[in-house]
Design a protein. Structure first.
Length: 448
């Protein structure tokens, strides 16, 4: 049972739930930290090398640990989520201090960045399944859409706004100051998460009983690493079995193509920003910041309107919005004007923000709470594993054909997704998120 339902506070504002307020605030602050070190890393690589290829490599290293997101799901389903959240923030805060220390000693280099960034990303890879698994525990079902909207704004929308602000601050404050601010945000987030009360699932409360037999090696009889690994593998298989044969497999494929294109865009964006003439005031870090800001604002607007779209049939809605984004993206690349490019580029990302809210709500309505972490991890890996690959591809394409052409090519993510939902009957028939339940998607789970 979710916390606000249990407390009898079902009909009051979502803001009256103190655990949700703390959780959302923690996500907001840690997202600020993630965004600061991401933009500082990517812009520093481009500034030192002026190479789209190396920016693509840096972004690949930044994103590649998310290939392991599927492995995080069983962990999230079986450990204390609050302790996990606090520990991750403290760990990231300590590791990110390597950067200002290296700058102070004159050892800050691309090689160091390439070595440390994947470590930070490995710590962060648990956050997506944690978010998916936490909300149903602290919010009632009728508030999930609103909660997901607010969470998407704090994580998927504001991240690029923070990156935009960070890129604009680099000339004034410098890279070292951004990394110090980043470390401080993780400490604040840890304090916020420490105050969240998250009800445990049955799997989290299972512990070794004092009466269990002890074998000759001092371990629990029949236990040990082998059994722990088998239980972990069983958890992964359980999550995969829930998805097998459902329309979510096709949805994951379209998402994989979409994220491949997104990786291409992220890799060429710094070089693309530099193609606008008129001197430093009209290119470089400023235009990069404006494009990142438009990317973020578009997704924020989409996240805000997402809950109001849960009454529309999801399949036709996804087809229409993706094809509209395709037109807007092509227009932004062809515009030639910095202002028009930024505006159209931002509008193209509004549907993506709304879709994030709708998919998260759909997952939470359809899948059992006890496997949500596993489902989120598996879906996250299958959908976003192409993102770092796209970054490498984008770096190569941008280096060979130029940033503007590569930016235009990246529109295939929206175009393919829109066409798939328009032409594939199974995708086109997906019902409205607000009316969805497990029976409509052939979802079954023996553990429930």
């Amino acid at each position: 049972m979710s916390r606000d339902t249990a407390s009898g506070d079902r009909h009051s504002s979502i803001w009256h739930n103190p655990d949700f307020r703390r959780f959302l605030s923690g996500e907001f602050v840690t997202n600020l930290g993630d965004s600061l070190y991401s933009v500082a890393t990517l812009w520093l690589v481009f500034e030192l090398t002026e190479s789209s290829l190396l920016v693509g490599v840096a972004n690949f290293l930044l994103l590649s640990p998310w290939l392991l997101q599927f492995a995080a799901g069983p962990v999230v389903d079986r450990v204390s989520v609050r302790r996990l959240l606090v520990g991750l923030q403290l760990g990231q805060g300590v590791v990110v201090l390597v950067f200002p220390l290296a700058a102070f000693t004159g050892e800050l280099s691309i090689g160091l960045l390439f070595g440390v960034v994947p470590v930070l990303s490995l710590m962060a890879l648990l956050l997506t399944p944690v978010q998916t698994a936490t909300l149903p525990r602290i919010l009632s079902d009728d508030r999930l859409a609103k909660g997901n909207s607010l969470l998407a704004t704090a994580t998927l929308g504001l991240d690029t706004v923070f990156e935009a602000v960070g890129s604009l601050l680099i000339p004034t404050l410098g890279i070292t100051a951004l990394f110090l601010a980043d470390a401080a945000t993780f400490g604040v987030a840890a304090l916020l998460f420490a105050g969240v009360v998250i009800p445990e699932t049955a799997d989290e409360t299972v512990d070794v009983d004092a009466s269990d037999d002890i074998d000759e090696t001092g371990g629990v009889d029949g236990g040990g690493f082998g059994d722990a690994f088998r239980a972990y593998a069983d958890d992964l298989r359980d999550g995969a079995s829930v998805l097998r044969g459902t329309v979510f497999v096709e949805m994951m494929f379209t998402s994989a193509v979409f994220h491949l294109a997104l990786g291409v865009m992220l890799a060429v964006l710094p070089a693309y920003a530099g193609t606008f003439g008129g001197g430093e005031a009209f290119g470089g870090a400023q235009t990069y910041g404006l494009l990142l800001g438009a990317f973020g604002v578009g997704r924020i607007i989409g996240s805000a309107v997402g809950p109001s779209l849960d009454g529309f049939r999801y399949g036709p809605l996804r087809a229409t919005t993706c094809l509209t984004s395709t037109v807007l993206w092509v227009g932004s690349v062809a515009a030639g004007s910095r202002l028009l490019t930024v505006v159209l580029f931002g509008l193209a990302w509004v549907p993506a923000g709304a879709n994030g809210v709708l998919v998260s709500t759909l997952n939470q309505r359809v899948f059992p709470q006890s496997v949500l972490g596993r489902i989120a991890g598996i879906k996250g890996t299958a959908s976003t594993a192409t993102l770092p690959v796209g970054s490498l591809l984008g770096g190569v394409v941008g280096q060979v054909v130029g940033a503007t052409t590569a930016m235009g090519v990246a529109v295939f993510g929206f175009a393919f997704t829109g066409a798939a939902f328009l032409l594939r009957p199974r995708l086109r028939r997906i019902p409205a998120v607000g009316d969805a339940d497990a029976s409509q998607f052939a979802i079954s789970f023996d553990g429930e």
